[in-house]
Design a protein. Structure first.
Length: 254
């Protein structure tokens, strides 16, 4: 039975069981006790596994080194689901302790399968939201990487922090304004739109865009911002027309 086919209380009980069994496996350095959950076909069982790793890491400090040892072993598994789940587990740890897990993301960025690479994006998002200083400093190193997919993934990964604190990521986004790769450029425009519709964010984004010198990209980004206010009209602070008027009044295209 799939995780979400269970009743709420049964899901909680299963998560507790998974956590207990993973804790026991870590204590004995038994990879098999962890991998059984990291290979599960059910996404939510794997999620319960990596959430358990994160909780155990901070609740039982004596197991921290063992957890890192096991995750290092599992990162070389052939099954992409295992590598994906390892990176997600590292992301849970990196919310508070980034330095000890950053090598998982450095390797995951170059994984041959898209799922672990997507896990890196998701991890950057969740870590960057609550532990931005080391995560954004690390991400900045890859903004001009020769691989366009790396640049795109980093751009996408820093988005979530920008939804509350656009000023933290706008300097990084600015570095990508002259990227000639369409996928990177499109992601950049998308991210600018995503960080502009939340409360108090539009003014910060528009003011920052005034200092960018790629005028065509800026115009495309402003159009995306206006469009986002329609697509996300149930969540945006301003209406589409209010966003349009704000841009007209406050953006001076010189």
């Amino acid at each position: 039975m799939a995780f979400y086919d269970l009743a709420k209380d049964d899901r909680a009980a299963l998560s507790a069981t998974i956590k207990k069994q993973i804790s026991d496996a870590v204590s004995s350095l038994l990879v098999e006790g962890v991998i059984v959950y990291f290979t599960d076909a059910d996404t939510y069982i794997r999620k319960a596994g990596y959430l358990a790793i994160g909780r155990i890491y901070f609740e039982q400090e004596h197991l921290q080194s063992s957890i890192i040892i096991l995750l290092n072993q599992l990162l070389d598994e052939k099954d992409f689901k295992v590598r994906q789940t390892v990176i997600n587990a590292a992301g849970e740890i990196g919310k508070k302790d980034f330095e000890v897990v950053k090598h998982f993301f450095e390797k995951g960025l170059f994984d041959v399968h898209h799922s672990p690479r997507n896990a890196v994006i998701g991890s950057i998002k969740k870590m960057g939201e609550v532990n931005p200083v080391p995560v954004l400093a690390w991400a900045k190193k890859y903004l001009h990487h020769e691989d366009k997919e790396i640049r795109r993934e980093i751009c996408h990964g820093i988005e979530l922090r920008g939804r509350k604190y656009p000023e933290d990521i706008l300097p990084l986004l600015m570095e990508l304004q002259h990227d000639e790769t369409a996928r990177v450029r499109n992601t950049l425009v998308h991210v600018i739109g995503q960080i502009a519709y939340k409360k108090d964010c539009l003014a910060t984004v528009v003011a920052n865009l005034k200092s960018w010198d790629n005028r065509q990209l800026v115009m495309d980004a402003l159009e995306e911002i206006i469009d986002v206010h329609h697509r996300y009209r149930g969540f945006a602070v301003l209406t589409q027309e209010e966003a349009r008027q704000y841009i007209i009044e406050h953006f001076n295209d010189q």
